[in-house]
Design a protein. Structure first.
Length: 438
């Protein structure tokens, strides 16, 4: 005998607090600050607005429900009518049942082994834990701070749009639009003004954002002072959610004045290659934004073989060869240098006659009918990798590096008793040797 499938979709309650879904999650292996190992959720069925409370023990569920009931009924002016939960002992205690009867709240206990009937709570807990894991992974805070992350995640989830609702749960619950202006990245660095201290002391302290004031009209923030590891409410803070490295740090050589294109009338019968802009954010090791990039690329899929490209194959260093080089470096205690070639394709001339549409947003006035004649390679061309590899091979062998017969992207140079190995992987270079002899 098998269970009947759970099909269809339930109908939302007709009003706020007509039905409340609840469930307890825990215990978690790592206690949150304050000794919390559990948390309980309360979700309104009509709006899907949710509350989360941290618990030290499951027996605290009853107290949290009374706290929840008092707040939501006072804020909405309505009464809780139904409470849906599983048959956990925290919901079946005598005092809990008596309290529900005294307040006219009907209990909806789901049958054993049917978590689908309490799917709203189960799905909310899963989503919250997914958010907490993601938030914790982008900070250096210990796992014991998951309680702060959970409370923030619950509030953010209430403000998030939903595919099944025309409005956010926040707007349905509060009756006003959601504002995102005051949000900050959880765990991001912030600076708080010091109120006391010597005239020569620093005027601010480095903190981590644990909680931004909800709603937007409160300026309170809960911050973690790095030097004390204590969460402290503050108001005057400067937050850095996405530090950006100024473009002034880019070497002047990258702001090249070389000409890569010329405008010409399109030759008869030649279809130009398309072009587009590609935008990207360069992230650091910790996920912070380092710089914003805008790159013009050719639509290589509009090229035609035999017309504007011939061969496209370009070798890369084999992984096993790189491991061999690293093993040699470890055995002989060689130095290892890693380098990256910037703007690699823009340094290579193209052999074919390639015409490309003018740049979007940079069409030359009075010359709209003209096309770009490429003098150098550009990102997106099918032969770009091959042209770069051929150019690099010619240049590096001019410095007396000998190409390896087994791997065409590996080179060796011997100078007396010194030896150096070079491995090329697209635009990344690995240099291994006793000293720089080139």
């Amino acid at each position: 005998m098998t269970k009947k499938p759970f099909v269809g979709q339930s109908t939302l309650a007709s009003g706020l607090l007509d039905l409340i879904h609840s469930d307890v999650c825990g215990s978690l292996n790592t206690q949150a600050r304050g000794g919390f190992s559990y948390f309980i959720t309360f979700i309104d069925d009509h709006s899907r607005y949710g509350y989360v409370y941290l618990l030290r023990y499951k027996s605290e569920a009853f107290g949290r429900f009374k706290e929840f009931k008092l707040e939501v009924e006072n804020q909405t002016g309505r009464k809780i009518k139904n409470l849906r939960s599983d048959r956990g002992g925290e919901y079946l205690s005598g005092e809990f049942l008596d309290y529900l009867k005294e307040n006219g709240i009907l209990s909806q206990w789901i049958p054993p082994g049917t978590p689908q009937l309490n799917g709203v709570s189960k799905r909310r807990i899963r989503t919250l834990l997914d958010m907490v894991r993601s938030m914790m992974s982008f900070t250096e805070l210990p796992l014991s701070f998951w309680g702060y992350a959970l409370e923030t995640a619950a509030k953010l989830l209430n403000m998030a749009p939903s595919k099944t609702m025309a409005q956010t749960t926040y707007q349905i619950w509060h009756g006003k639009p959601t504002s995102y202006k005051y949000l900050r990245v959880w765990g991001s660095p912030a600076y708080v003004k010091r109120l006391v201290g010597d005239k020569l002391d620093l005027r601010s302290s480095l903190c981590s954002v644990l909680e931004k004031g909800f709603p937007a009209d409160t300026r309170r923030e809960k911050l973690l002072l790095e030097e004390s590891s204590e969460a402290t409410p503050q108001t005057d803070t400067v937050t850095s959610s996405a530090p950006i490295v100024p473009t002034n740090d880019i070497p002047i050589l990258r702001r090249s004045t070389r000409v890569s294109i010329n405008l010409r009338d399109p030759p008869k019968g030649v279809k130009p290659v398309g072009s587009k802009w590609v935008y990207k954010r360069k992230l650091g090791a910790d996920g912070e934004v380092i710089t914003f990039k805008a790159r013009l690329v050719a639509k290589g899929y509009t090229q035609r073989p035999g017309v504007n490209f011939e061969e496209t194959y370009s070798p890369v260093a084999m992984a096993k060869f790189i491991r061999i080089m690293l093993a040699i470096a470890a055995w002989y205690d060689y130095e290892i240098w890693q380098m990256d070639v910037k703007m690699v394709f823009l340094n290579v001339f193209v052999e074919e006659e390639i015409y490309m549409d003018q740049l979007g947003g940079f069409t030359s006035i009075g010359e709209e009918q003209k096309v770009c004649h490429l003098q150098r390679s550009i990102y997106g061309l099918k032969q770009a990798f091959r042209s770069w590899n051929i150019h690099f091979d010619e240049v590096i062998q001019g410095y007396d590096f000998i190409k390896n017969d087994f791997d065409p992207c590996a080179y060796k140079k011997v100078n007396g008793s010194s030896v150096a190995f070079l491995v090329l992987y697209v635009d990344d270079i690995l240099l291994i040797g006793m000293m720089l002899i080139c």
